[in-house]
Design a protein around this ligand. Structure first.
Ligand code: SF4
Length: 418
């Protein structure tokens, strides 16, 4: 296993992000509360900013960090649950009680009502969702507050409110003769709590990458158009698979009036796509798929729907992280599978199924660089704090925002097939 103190790669040219070739603490020195944070979060006091991890934890050797994490978990017992996202590094995932995607993990936490602390080894919006869904007396902890999501940051509340005002001015806000609203907002789970609350207030809903089509059907029963944010690719891939033409999917650029569209294009739109994307999944290309097919005849290609549409079209299958896991589980010994998603998940699947050839479509190492900020040093530090009776890096969503966001999340749960 890679040492916790080594970097992803020593060669900056072999990584998608030069930060990843820096030392683990240098990497954490970016200023601020951390990307992906909802503006509506109540800041912990004092806010521990990146780079402020006590020196003792920065200097601790790897074996000691793991020993402290295990000891703290043993001391806390059922009072603690540690959640690890599929994209998290192995040195952290090995300590997780549950491993899954963001929504699976928020639900997993609900199965542990006796836990006083939920330590979420993922990114900011995931910890917010866990806080929204957990009991008020449970503390949700994000080990490093700088672990955010660049996609979530691409749709901030102010820009979405401004877009909504423009759309209401153009299209009105009264239901038509068919009883449907002019526009229904749909936010991907990968968004701040503030945007989930926005959807709750405006008759909208939340979706995940595994239920986006069901959620869009729900939205079209109630609206003539959908405003989909922040991920244009998930919106486009899902709507296209439902038979909606690309000519009815204008893109909304928040820096331009009417998002850069004509009034007619917005009137005729079915899905208005926000100009957001995942920096990890955007890297996958048709050329990589062609290369994989040329090098490995018979290779099966499976990608995440956050990948651009031409990549999804060129793949053999596309679906959520959980879909990809199930796809690999259903394959046979000897199969060759190229995967278009975050490299930590791909490497874990390759290790889990050594009798198959499983590799990442992107030859350049590209982990989710913000999720990578959950270093075992931070995990040891927050767990030691809990043992000492101190909750460090707690994520608390403002109660009003949480209540409105819960409405949008509950609509999603109600829309899913039973
Ligand atoms: S992989 Fe992409 S969408 Fe997921 S947390 Fe990282 S930046 Fe955000």
């Amino acid at each position: 296993m890679t040492s916790v103190h080594t970097t992803i790669t020593r060669d900056p040219q072999a990584s998608c992000d030069t930060d990843l070739a820096a030392g683990p603490w240098v990497f954490d020195l970016s200023p601020g509360y951390g990307p992906g944070a909802s503006q509506a979060d109540l800041l912990p006091d004092p806010v521990v900013r990146p780079g402020q991890l006590p020196a003792a934890y920065q200097q601790m050797d790897e074996a000691e960090l793991h020993r402290r994490i295990r000891a703290a978990k043993q001391t806390l017992g059922d009072r603690l649950v540690v959640l690890g996202h599929f994209y998290q590094r192995d040195e952290v995932v090995q300590h997780a009680d549950f491993v899954g995607d963001s929504f699976q993990l928020a639900n997993a936490a609900l199965t542990r009502p006796e836990a006083e602390a939920i330590v979420f080894c993922g990114v900011h919006f995931m910890a917010e969702t866990a806080d929204i869904l957990s009991r008020p007396d449970q503390h949700v902890v994000l080990p490093n507050l700088a672990a955010g999501c660049s996609m979530a940051d691409m749709a901030d509340e102010e820009s979405v409110e401004a877009a909504w005002e423009e759309l209401v001015e153009l299209l009105g806000d009264e239901p038509g003769t068919d009883g449907r609203q002019p526009v229904v907002p749909v936010t991907y789970m990968n968004s701040s709590a503030a945007l989930k609350a926005f959807c709750g207030r405006h008759g909208g809903i939340v979706c995940t990458s595994s239920n986006a089509a069901t959620v869009l059907e729900w939205a079209f029963e109630r609206g003539r158009r959908v405003l989909f944010f922040p991920d244009q690719h998930l919106g486009r891939n899902t709507a296209k698979a439902m038979g909606i033409g690309l000519d009815r999917m204008p893109m909304w650029d928040p820096r331009r009036p009417l998002g850069g569209n004509s009034e007619q294009a917005l009137r005729e739109a079915a899905v208005i796509l926000w100009h957001g994307f995942c920096s990890v999944h955007r890297r996958f290309s048709v050329a990589q798929i062609e290369q994989a097919r040329a090098t490995h005849p018979g290779v099966q290609v499976v990608v995440h729907p956050e990948c651009p549409m031409p990549v999804v079209d060129a793949a053999d299958a596309a679906g959520s992280t959980d879909f990809i896991r199930r796809y690999v589980a259903a394959s046979s010994p000897g199969d060759v599978i190229a995967i278009g998603t975050e490299v930590n998940l791909v490497n874990r699947l390759a290790a889990e199924y050594p009798d198959r050839t499983i590799f990442c479509l992107d030859p350049v190492i590209c982990p989710c660089s913000t999720m990578y900020r959950i270093h075992p040093g931070y995990l040891a530090w927050v767990l030691d704090g809990l043992v000492a009776g101190e909750v460090r890096n707690q994520i608390t969503v403002d109660p009003t925002v949480a209540e409105q966001a819960r409405v949008a999340l509950e609509r999603m749960l109600a829309a899913l097939p039973r």
